[in-house]
Design a binder for this molecule. Structure first.
Ligand code: KG4
Ligand code: ZN
Length: 341
């Protein structure tokens, strides 16, 4: 099935045309330079920029895919989780396209998209452990299939990407800061400063990053004015404990779920090379393979992953929605099963 897929859940306006698990086009227009001045995403600004751009991005995605509008079989759109005003823009556009072209419309969970990004041009495998780490989410999910998900670990406060972004902001490194912090961390001495590993107690499967963020804040305060060496050593100390905490919970999940056949690492933070290496090491101890998105453009928010998810979910019986009924669901979770009842 050829899908025209749309994602406007946060600050990327993205449209793709996909054929099964293959992207024929995947256009992503980032708004990051507009939100930079505010140090984070401003929902109403995101919605306005999506509205200004969506028509051009749809046209470009169709043109790049080299398929004609008549070849498209269905429209898929992210309806949650995400920023409500931003989601709304993609939903309205998807409805108009489905209406105008007389095509079925599918509402897709953005997190199903992130999981599916690892299956691009590959063979899906279940039961799967999905480790989803982005600016808005940090969760570990056991998936018997796309439609049977159990969230075994989630963050009680900040997401991992959000923690990177906040540390970057405190160090004056700009927004978003994950990539910069991890690059500087490579040159730093992680043992110079001691930071507590969050949620280190063995008996909780959950994550928490706000305590670590505060510990970094105090560390900065104690050492101000910071030298260049201080900054890179703080980045290294933060990265080490932030990742150690996630790896502990992944290990706990693997101990409790010997049935999984592979582990997927997806979301914006999945582009972190150190995290990939440590995850690969860990899962190989359990005889498993680590699946990651094959391209960086599939790690961060994009619409191709929404088309892949739609393909896999339709194969599991997902039904199209009546155009009038599709509504945004900003707090949607992977264990919400209403679509499959
Ligand atoms: O998936 P994504 O594009 O958007 C959300 O759905 O949130 O993820 C963006 C997040 C940002 O917080 C960014 O700082 C983080 O991913 N990120 C990284 C790296 N590259 C992006 N975090 C750590 N290391 C990286 N190399
Ligand atoms: Zn995302």
């Amino acid at each position: 099935m050829i899908f025209l897929a749309i994602d406007t859940s946060c600050d990327e306006t993205s449209v793709a045309v996909t054929d099964g698990l293959h992207a024929l086009s995947n256009v992503v227009s980032s708004q990051v330079r507009y939100h930079k001045a505010y140090g984070g995403v401003v929902p109403m600004l995101a919605a306005r920029l999506h509205t200004e751009r969506i028509d051009a991005i749809v046209s470009l995605a169709v043109r790049r895919s080299k398929v004609s509008l008549e070849d498209i079989d269905a429209v898929a759109v992210t309806y949650g989780p995400g920023l409500a005003p931003a989601l709304q823009v993609g939903i309205v556009k998807a409805k108009a396209l489905a209406e105008g072209l007389d095509l079925p419309l599918y509402g897709i969970n953005h997190m199903h998209g992130h999981v599916s990004s690892v299956f691009a041009d590959a063979e899906p495998t279940f039961p799967l452990m999905a480790v989803l780490v982005s600016g808005g989410h940090s969760e570990i999910v056991i998936m018997q299939s796309m439609s049977q998900c159990e969230i075994i670990t989630e963050t009680l406060d900040d997401a991992l990407g959000e923690a990177y972004d906040k540390v970057a902001k405190m160090l004056g490194l700009g927004y978003p800061g994950g990539a910069v912090v991890s690059k500087l961390a490579l040159q730093g001495d992680a043992s110079r400063f001691h930071l507590p590993t969050p949620m280190a107690r063995r008996d909780t499967p959950h994550l928490s990053y706000s305590g670590l963020k505060n510990a970094v804040r105090l560390l900065i305060k104690d050492h101000e004015p910071l030298s260049g060496k201080d900054v890179i050593d703080i980045c290294a100390a933060f990265e080490h404990v932030a990742q150690a905490s996630l790896l502990k919970k992944v290990k706990m999940g693997l101990e409790n779920h010997p049935e999984v056949t592979a582990v997927a690492l997806a979301g914006g933070v999945a582009s972190n090379m150190r995290l990939r290496r440590l995850m690969r090491q860990l899962v190989s101890e359990y005889g498993l393979k680590l699946l990651v998105p094959p391209k960086k453009a599939l790690c961060t928010d994009n619409a191709a992953m929404i088309g892949f998810a739609a393909h896999l979910l339709v194969a599991e019986g997902l039904q199209p929605v009546a155009h009038a009924e599709l509504d945004r669901s900003p707090g949607l979770r992977l264990d919400d099963t209403e679509d499959f009842r």
